[in-house]
Write a protein that binds this ligand. Sequence first.
Ligand code: MG
Length: 171
Amino acid sequence: MSTVTTTSANWPPCRIGLGHDRHRLIEGRPLILGGVTIPSDRGLDGHSDADVLLHAITDALLGALALGDIGEWFPNTDPQWHNADSVVFVTAAAQAVRERGWEIANLDCTIHAERPKLSPYKRNIAERIAALLQITSEQVNVKAKTGEKVGPIGRQEAMDADAVVLLIRRT
Ligand code: MG
């Protein structure tokens, strides 16, 4: 039986990437989701600004091209990323995608948060992400779900984010 070795030169014209992240919710931190500061009495804890959504998107972009994960690119043991703006991470991943000859077809994501209610901010967040990734807002969808008052999301101990991205080879 013969095997076909897939290299970057003969990859098919589409690649898919998946990202997931979780950060703890604590008092005394701003809540930043998708690069947008959301009014909240609590924010996400982390080494950087803990933008759980931009971290998931960064991992989806890196994952689509088998480029590892956000922890390899921006280790949380590196003092230069202390309180870093996560815009730096996601724009670096998007640049890596473009440099390798790929473009984003679409991005779909979900924020898991019990509160605050995120529906008033979803459009703003999608537009901000589109601007960061240099794509249109029609290529970005942002969904929000509660934890139904159960589990770490429902008890407001944490927020999660999921992201899936489709890349197409630039012609
Ligand atoms: Mg993270």
